[in-house]
Design a protein around this ligand. Structure first.
Ligand SMILES: Nc1nc2c([nH]c(=O)n2[C@@H]2O[C@H](COP(=O)(O)OP(=O)(O)OP(=O)(O)O)[C@@H](O)[C@H]2O)c(=O)[nH]1
Length: 139
């Protein structure tokens, strides 16, 4: 077994409305996992703090302004051990407060979904795991 495996850190946002629906983004069709729905976010750049990475991604992807102090870590998901290296560790932060109105980037879709609806959407594997985790906790 690798003693020091390399992981790609990915951060994602759980943004909920007052009815408990989550904001999900549909990846542009020409990208990896194109057409799949995911929690907004993206890769942490080399040397970047994960919270600042999520603040940056949410501004780039949705045009909203979030303070790093408005992010609360609530869950994570990781690629299975038999996944070709490097795997992904995806940290999910609850967004307590943000400024602006979320707007999708070019070619991407955006929507608010209850967890039960989200469970029926095509999603990449780690987003599926995170939706399952949130649904279990909500029971
Ligand atoms: N959200 C999510 N992303 C995943 C999963 N598995 C996986 O390989 N990824 C990849 O993790 C990366 C997330 O970063 P990103 O959203 O910044 O990706 P991107 O396409 O904008 O950047 P890129 O062009 O560098 O790939 C994507 O390449 C995405 O395909 C998964 O289960 N969920």
């Amino acid at each position: 077994m690798e003693r020091n495996p390399t992981w790609i850190p990915v951060v994602a946002a759980a943004i909920a409305d007052t009815e408990g629906r989550f904001l999900l983004q549909q990846r542009p069709i020409d990208k990896h996992h194109g057409g799949l729905w995911e929690f907004p976010g993206g890769k942490v750049e080399a040397g970047e703090n994960p919270r600042f990475a999520l603040v940056r991604e949410l501004n780039e992807e949705l045009t909203i302004l979030v303070k790093e102090t408005a992010l609360v870590p609530i869950a994570f998901a990781e690629s299975p051990p038999d996944n070709p290296s490097p795997g992904i560790v995806m940290q999910l932060y609850k967004v307590v407060e943000f400024q602006g109105i979320p707007v999708a980037e070019a070619g991407a879709g955006l929507g608010w979904f209850a967890l039960a609806e989200a469970a029926g959407l095509p999603m990449p594997p780690l987003d599926v795991a995170l939706v399952d985790l949130l649904a279990e906790r909500a029971q």
